[in-house]
Every structure is written in C-alpha cells, then in structure tokens.
Write a protein that binds this ligand. Structure first.
Ligand code: CTP
Length: 418
C-alpha cells in the first residue's frame, strides 16, 4: 500500500484553538501515557476533517492502536476517575477526576470470517481502521502520541480532496458494503458545497439496488439528516442525479414533482416528509410509495387527508360554506400543502375558503348558547357548525344576527317537538 504521511505544522495550533484548554491538556496527557504504555493514540475521521476545515466539532474520540480498553484502565489507574467499558465494541469512556468525558476507541475492522455468517470485529491497526471508512476527507488521522503529536496520517489524499472540494470513496465496493454512504455523500457535498467525484457518483448509481437492503426507517433517517442541512433544493437534485428517487419511487420524477417540491421548500416549517410527499405526489401510485415513509400518526392523517382532498369534488361545490361541509376536518397544514400542488387548477375557490376559514372567529360559543337558555348537548356542535357555514357564506355577519338565527332555530326545534 502506498503510504503518505504529511505533517502540517499548524495542526497542533489549530487543535489548541479549537478545543478547550482542559481538553487540550487531556489529549497531551493521553498521548504521553500512550507512549509510556506502548500504544499509539489518534484523533480520527470527522474531527480531523473539521480541524483542517477550521469548523467546530465536539465529537472528540481517541482511537488507540492496541488494546483501547486496557489503556483506558491504565489512564484511570494512574490519574483517577472512572471507566465505563463496552467490551463488544472495544470502547471505553473515561470520566476524569475533573468530570471530563472522553471515549477511548480501539482501532477496528469488520470482516466476514469464511465459515461464520456474522461479521467479526477484531482490533487492528490505524491503517486498517482508516481503510474501512467512507470518504477520503473522513479517512485522516492525527497522532496525539507524545513522540508524534500533531502528525497527520493522510493515506488517501484527503487533504487534496478537501482542497479540490471532492467527496470520494476509498474503494469500489464502499457503497455496496454500506449503502447509507450514498446519503452521506450527498450530505457532506451539501454541507461543504463540494461535488461528488465522478467515479464515486458512478459507483453510487450502480449501487442503487442496494438501497433496498436498508430499512425504511433508516432511509428516512438518512434523508432527514440531509434535509436538516439543505438550504435549497440542491440536495434533492443531487439525490436525483444519483438515481435515488427513481429507485425509491420506482419511476422517473416528472417536472411537476420539482415544481411542487420548490414551492413546498419555500414555505416555512416544511419537513422532509412534506418534501417526499411533494416529489411523489404527481405519481399515480404516490400513496403507496409515500406510505412506506410514514413514521408518525400525524403523517398518516396528513396523507389520508391529502388523498381525500385530491378526490373531493371541489369544482362542483359552489359556495364556500358548502365547501366547509367537505373540508372542515382537514387540517390547515394539509390544505396549505394541497394548495401548492402545481398539477391542480382549482384554486381561487379553495384558496378563498382557506383564507376565510383561517380568519374566521365564530360570533357565538357554547357558553353563549347556554346563556341563551340552550340545554348543553351534542346538538351544540350542529348549531355552531351551521353558524360557521353561514358566516363563511357571508349570510351572518354579526353577533346579533348569529343570536337571532340560533334563537329562531331553537324555536323551530321546539315547535317540531310539540
Ligand atoms: N464512518 C464511515 N461510514 C459510515 C459512517 C461513519 O466510514 N457509514 C466513519 C467516517 O470516518 C466518519 C466517522 O466514521 O468520519 C464518524 O462518523 P459520523 O460521526 O457519522 O460522521 P462525521 O464524519 O463525524 O460527521 P458529522 O460531522 O455529521 O458528525
């Protein structure tokens, strides 16, 4: 293997500027103990990447080449504090006497033993640990061992890719081994404003069928992480160029999906689920497709209401009040979303209804009815609902008119009863 070790003179300074004084001293102490104990200690992955990019990162793990758990115990034995061990993962959390917590991780590699079906985790060296990582920019390590404190290990030209602003995998089957990396590639590209290197993008495309090895929940989680970092639709387009939508929704998305998504994205409060729904909405099997990504009861109601709206005879209903009979139970969120649908033509009618419904405050309440000598009961709702309809139609426009109307209705009801 071609190895390249580069030393960046200002890395120690950057570390000192980035972490607290206490943490910096703790890292120095760990490095000194590592030398004494005969192991090597490193900072690795996202932390090193962010150190080079001068971006904040709180994820301070120390990776040990050697037995991390034994080493953590040595630290606690010499300097006090306590250790919490996670033997299966070869990790330990050291809580120092000053109550700082630091994770000590053993270099590891996963591999499939020939006869065993389950992956075996075995400890390894830093080179193997870096080889199993996702992208070149995430596969760098910085030594904190005392004898080489601040020395950078960059075996996959991570620095070069940081400079070239490229997301590049380390080996051709990376996406097949871990399809979540397809989403991670997009997330990092969007976060840093980088592009996905050409061959990496091609390999992501050819790994599309492996997306189905991920659970729906996992897919949704990865998409949510991307959504959280997206400031525009670029992430969604990027996923499209990798064929993610075509794969997940089983069809090429039409232009109206993008028009819809643009409109939804420009609204405040949009969620990843809204975005998925907008993209899928123009497809004939949209409901079947989107159902797979529903995670909450609220989302289930949203989809059911949207489906009802799409089927409601909105054009045929002439008055706004009558529209209310169909749509009173539909949540504002669903209506607002539906009104953005570029494939529907209705909209002045419905738009008007939605506006009026939002602005409306009813002239009478249940308490008012009691004061007017109504006996409390389920019919209260019916009176108030009819009032809503009349208010929306402009047939009633003051508290007096409303009062007059309910009293008339009461009289009629009493007369019918006699
Ligand atoms: N990693 C990987 N493959 C994955 C997930 C993680 O190789 N599917 C490696 C990468 O080296 C990554 C490190 O594990 O840098 C830590 O993962 P994580 O905390 O998820 O990512 P970060 O790179 O730290 O990114 P973030 O800033 O989003 O935390």
């Amino acid at each position: 293997r071609k190895e390249q070790e580069a030393s960046l003179p200002n890395l120690v300074q950057r570390l000192e500027d980035t972490v607290s004084k206490e943490h910096f001293h703790l890292l120095k102490l760990i490095g000194k103990e590592a030398d004494r104990f005969g192991v090597s200690a490193y900072l690795v992955g996202g932390f090193v990447r962010d150190l080079l990019l001068e971006r904040p990162n709180e994820d301070l793990d120390v990776v040990i080449e050697g037995d991390g758990i034994k080493f953590a115990n040595v630290l606690a034995a010499s300097h006090g504090g306590s250790i919490k061990q996670h033997d299966t993962f070869g990790t330990a959390t050291w809580t120092t006497p000053d109550d700082m917590k630091i994770d000590i991780v053993t270099c590891r590699t996963e591999y499939y033993a020939e006869t065993a079906a389950l992956p075996i985790v075995r400890s390894s060296n830093i080179h193997e640990d870096l080889t199993r990582r996702d992208f070149t920019i995430n596969a760098m390590a910085m030594s904190i061992s005392e004898h080489s404190f601040g020395k950078l290990l960059d075996e996959y030209q991570g620095i070069e890719d940081l400079k070239a602003k490229k997301i590049r995998i380390l080996h051709p089957i990376s996406f097949i081994e871990d399809p979540t990396r397809i989403f991670r590639a997009v997330r990092f590209a969007v976060r840093f404003g980088y592009s996905i290197e050409k061959e990496t993008a091609r390999l992501a495309q050819s790994a599309m069928s492996h997306l189905f090895s991920l659970s729906q929940q996992r897919l949704r989680q990865e998409l949510t992480l991307i959504h959280k970092e997206a400031t525009d639709l670029e992430a969604y387009y990027l996923l499209d160029t990798l064929n993610v939508w075509k794969t997940l929704f089983q069809k090429e998305l039409p232009a109206s999906s993008w028009q819809y998504a643009e409109r939804v994205f420009s609204q405040s409060g949009h969620t990843v689920f809204h975005m998925l729904t907008a993209l899928a909405s123009p497809l004939s099997n949209w409901r079947e497709m989107i159902q797979l990504y529903i995670m909450t009861a609220k989302e289930r109601v949203f989809i059911e209401q949207l489906n009802e709206l799409k089927q409601a005879p909105i054009e045929e209903v002439k008055s706004i009040g009558e529209l209310h009979r169909y749509l009173y139970a539909v949540h504002d969120e669903t209506l607002r979303f539906y009104l953005l649908d570029p494939t529907q033509e209705f909209h002045t009618h419905l738009d008007d209804y939605f506006k009026k419904r939002q602005e409306m405050s009813l002239y009478l309440s249940g308490d008012d009815l009691i004061k007017l000598d109504f006996k409390p009961g389920p019919h209260f709702r019916d009176y108030l609902f009819e009032l809503e309809i009349k208010q929306l139609n402009g047939e009633i426009s003051s508290k007096e008119e409303a009062t007059r109307w309910v009293l008339e209705e009461k009289q009629k009801a009493e007369a019918n009863h006699l």
